[in-house]
Design a protein around this ligand. Structure first.
Ligand SMILES: *Cc1c(COP(=O)(O)O)cnc(C)c1O
Length: 352
């Protein structure tokens, strides 16, 4: 194997416990959309189902949800960003729960007569019923199979006041909705970042992704998390280039003196940001090795010390070189780097 991602399930378990502490007894929906942020949604969901009392899972699409059902996931699976039209065939069997965010969706779930959650927009400007629609919405929800209600915060990382304002609006909606339904509603709004705000409210559940995978949404995040995934690749060859020798496409780097370089079997097709050409670094034998020249589709090249040999293992993302750090380096977020680790990179599970 030349390129792989080690997914450490013991760390996932520890992170889950940390999230439990932050969530203060609320139910947890583990967010496993986008193949569990690249970690493997089937493996992650099976593990959490067998080892924790996770309330359920959240995915983006019906395809993602169906994959979990086929894999034996029995806890509820919220489908957060699809359409009932797409879900029509999947919704004949129980297991997948649509999130309803406009009147068209609402009339379709009522037609299918399936349980659902309703989403309101309190300031995200994305999916959800706007405040001006709440009156009409409440009247249409009367007698329906609505089981839960949710909203999403736009600024949970940095803006407490905005989040609290969103929450106040949300509460007023929840209060009205609860009057219409006999059973207690499932009420959820927080993602990983929002959990650190310790909001005092009507929320019964939270929806957590990032923190489970061991990245902090903010540097001061109050939990001890460990990155679950470590991405590694082997050195294909090592050689010493003469002075003044160009490296990789467009010859954007030229050796100064003689330079020992390693060609590593990992490129942008595997999910390494091309933006880190001449900028990023990898760890080999515990040493930081700077990337030289452009990152290619299947390979990248680094300068290396003497001890690095053909077959040495390079860490692209892992201990000492986290998704958080690399994300800062290339002006993105750990979420994007995790999701980008492609299918070609075999997932290897540890600590099962
Ligand atoms: C992805 C997502 C989450 C999870 O967010 P994290 O920051 O990864 O915890 C929660 N809610 C919704 C609606 C999402 O799309």
């Amino acid at each position: 194997m030349l390129r792989w991602a080690e997914v450490n399930l013991d760390r996932l378990f520890k992170n889950y416990r940390e999230v439990e502490k932050l969530s203060k007894g609320k139910g947890i929906f583990a967010v496993v959309k986008a193949n569990a942020y690249g970690h493997g949604s089937v493996e992650v969901a099976r593990f959490l189902q067998s080892r924790t009392n996770v309330s359920g899972f959240a995915v983006a699409t019906y395809g993602e949800g169906a994959e979990l059902l086929l894999a034996g996931i029995e806890r509820p699976i919220l489908v957060m960003s699809s359409t009932v039209e797409e879900g029509r065939d999947f919704l004949k069997e129980p297991g997948l729960i649509p999130v309803v965010y406009d009147f068209k969706e609402l009339s379709l779930v009522k037609e299918l007569n399936v349980p659902f959650h309703v989403k309101v927009d309190t300031g995200m400007g994305r999916l959800g019923f706007l405040k001006e629609e709440w009156g009409e919405l409440l009247s249409q929800l009367k007698g329906s199979k609505v089981k839960g209600v949710m909203t999403h915060f736009c600024c949970a990382e940095e803006r407490r006041e905005i989040t609290e304002k969103q929450l106040d609006e949300f509460k007023s909606f929840v209060r009205e909705l609860q009057k219409l339904v006999p059973e207690p509603l499932i009420v959820h709004a927080e993602n990983s970042a929002a959990l650190s705000l310790k909001l005092n409210s009507v929320l019964t559940h939270c929806r957590v992704g990032l923190a489970l995978y061991g990245s902090r949404p903010t540097p001061s995040y109050p939990a001890e998390l460990e990155q679950v995934m470590e991405v590694k690749a082997k050195v294909l060859t090592v050689k010493e280039l003469p002075p003044g020798y160009p490296i990789s496409y467009s010859a954007t780097y030229t050796t100064k003196g003689r330079e020992r370089i390693a060609v590593i079997a990992f490129g942008y097709a595997d999910g390494y940001p091309r933006e880190l050409s001449n900028k990023g670094k990898v760890l080999i034998e515990g040493k930081e090795c700077p990337i030289r020249g452009r990152v290619c589709m299947d390979m990248l090249i680094t300068s290396v010390p003497e001890e690095v040999k053909k077959g040495s293992v390079a860490t692209l993302f892992g201990k000492g070189l986290t998704f958080e750090e690399v994300a800062r380096e290339c002006r993105t977020i750990p979420y994007e780097l995790m999701c980008r680790i492609s299918q070609r990179v075999e997932r290897v599970y540890r600590g099962v």
